[in-house]
Design a binder for this molecule. Structure first.
Ligand code: NAP
Length: 242
């Protein structure tokens, strides 16, 4: 049986983050779940505890370094270590560039890029002091190909890929994984305010797979021996042409 770990998961109030929390807690890992909708997190913690798992919920806006500092400090106080972070929180308000939804561009940069950097900054000193740790960043197949209405979203995910690979090269005692999901059932498309992008996405998402698939892939990466770094995973629907 693999070693039990303390895992911090951002954006765990729905979709992939919630599925990752359930999968890892089922595997015996302690999960620290963060997001802004705390009532959803409390519900998730109750479900995990009802099945014998250990979970803690914290309000965590990934754009706030103070929020990260608070969650890291509470986790260290109670559990003494952070073995894994899953930088999962993300938003995807797609639109064509000429719609000039500049505040949504800002939001994607703030959450999808700076949120991941804030997560890395919060745990890197802890993991370096421990001499071990695993940073898992959720990118997207949008980190590998660009499509209309998704220029800014894909740019943020290319950035997550680049940050992950740079960190992997620099950190020889820490494991780094970038995971790129294809279309997965979640609330992600609900952030789309542009009507044309919303209609196109409805069609695109018809092949969506269950978020448990991403939970299992992340579980696999965590379960490898410490000298094995699963540096990249792409998980997409079998039926997807993309
Ligand atoms: N679903 C897909 O098809 C797909 C494909 C490729 C990649 N991804 C990536 O997978 C990740 C998870 O998305 P999902 O599909 O599971 O969508 P989702 O159901 O909408 O979940 C997104 C999560 O991010 C959280 N979040 C958003 N802004 C946040 C902020 N400022 N601070 C903290 N948490 C924040 C949300 O929680 P609160 O609103 O409660 O804060 C929510 O828990 C994202 O990075 C997304 O880009 C998804």
């Amino acid at each position: 049986m693999s070693e039990k770990k303390v895992v911090l998961i951002t954006g765990a109030s729905s979709g992939i983050g919630e599925a990752v929390a359930l999968e890892l807690s089922n595997g015996g890992h302690t999960v620290i779940v963060g997001a802004r909708r705390t009532e959803r997190l409390q519900n998730l913690v109750s479900r995990i505890e009802a099945s014998g798992g250990v979970a803690r919920a914290h309000r965590l806006d990934v754009t706030s370094r103070d929020d990260f500092a608070r969650v890291v400090s509470a986790t260290l106080e109670e559990f003494g270590r952070i073995d894994v972070i899953v930088n999962n929180a993300g938003v995807m308000p797609l639109s064509p560039l000429n719609a000039l939804k500049v505040s949504e561009w800002d939001q994607m940069v703030d959450v999808n890029i700076k949120g991941v950097l804030n997560g890395i900054a919060a745990v890197l000193p802890v993991m370096e002091a421990q001499g071990s740790g695993h940073i898992i960043n959720v990118a997207s197949i949008g980190a590998h190909q660009v499509s209309p209405t998704a220029a800014v979203y894909c740019a943020t995910k290319y950035a997550v890929w680049a940050i992950s690979d740079g960190l992997r090269q620099e950190a020889d005692r820490l494991r780094v994984t970038v995971i790129s999901p294809g279309v997965v059932t979640s609330e992600l498309a609900e952030t789309i305010s542009d009507e044309s992008a919303r209609v196109a996405m409805r069609e695109y998402r018809r092949t969506a797979i269950d978020p448990d698939a991403i939970g299992r892939a992340i579980h696999y990466a965590i379960a490898q021996p410490s000298e094995v770094d699963v540096s990249e995973i792409i998980v997409r629907p079998t039926a997807s042409p993309h």
